[in-house]
Design a protein around this ligand. Sequence first.
Ligand SMILES: [Fe+2]
Ligand SMILES: [Fe+2]
Length: 365
Amino acid sequence: MYNAVVNEGLDRMSEMARGNFDLDWMDSNPAGWGHEVKPGKTGLTLCDVETGHYDQVPEHGSSHGSLAPRGCMVPDDTPSLDMYTLNEMSEVWSDNARHLYDEACNRQWNSTTDVPWHKLEKLPDDIEKSVCQMCTGFVEVEFVAGDMPAKWMCHINHDFHEVKLFLATQIMDEARHMDVFRKRALANGGGLLMASPASEELLAAILQANDYTTASSLMHIFGEGFILTLFRTGEFLAPTEVEKTIFRLCMQDEARHVAYGVKHLKYFLERHPEREGEIHSILDAGEQAIFRLTLEPQTIEPRAILAGGGIENIELGMARIGFLYSKQIREYLHRLKVAGLERESRMVIPAELSVETLLERAGVA
Ligand SMILES: [Fe+2]
Ligand SMILES: [Fe+2]
């Protein structure tokens, strides 16, 4: 009365009940047996266990196409999932992925208890509106760095699990970022203000990029690099300890994301120098999009008000924003240089945005 599958299982159980076991699995992987590890000072990390036999990452991911863990014995009849299209190590690998995963595990935080929300204070209307508008912008863009890894993860060969683990931490990081900025906008008597059509152009370029490495270059190095510099330098955009804490916590996460992107692009370009042109092309599009975004009123004006300390000091704020912009560009070019890409001569946007130059351009000075 049972079907064939159930009957087969019951037959096997009957054999076991009679004392007949298979036990082939016990000796299935002699090369991977007897592995020794030594926990480090911070506990047992991924870096601690991925040694010897388990440290052998294949340049071409295994062809069985299953979720079988790297380093185990894979039976011949293991079915393929037929999902993996990123099967070359060079397409996703970064030498720091393991280390960044370990660091991400150790440095998780949460927006519920790690931000001193009780220190929020009533702020002047122009400042609260500017904080809320800035947060609206962050809420809109933060999770692209969750959606993008999520789009590619299930296509990455399972032999590159360090990269998948790291990307999983990034998705969680970005969830926290979206959540913390949304909370800040809603927490102090204000609320969300205006979305940014110009942001969507950059977000679309990231999400619709044809391959993982171009998407990663645009997002991890360019987009997240700009945000990292802003969090690191933008103390003047944070009027209270609440925003300062948020920037500091997000900054440590963004530093990991950028570090992965820089090392991945380096690894990729060393093996595929012929693909440099494609990376430049997507950066051309990204630079134009971010320039349009930076100069959109709902992006630049709240930042200028915060940087000046109030709407009456918006000129001082503009000067500080100009300083921040040139720092973002300098650090962006430096990161690309470290990855092996000379971008300075190809950049399609200005390296500086000083108030004097803008007034000169407007014929005022
Ligand atoms: Fe983020
Ligand atoms: Fe990020």
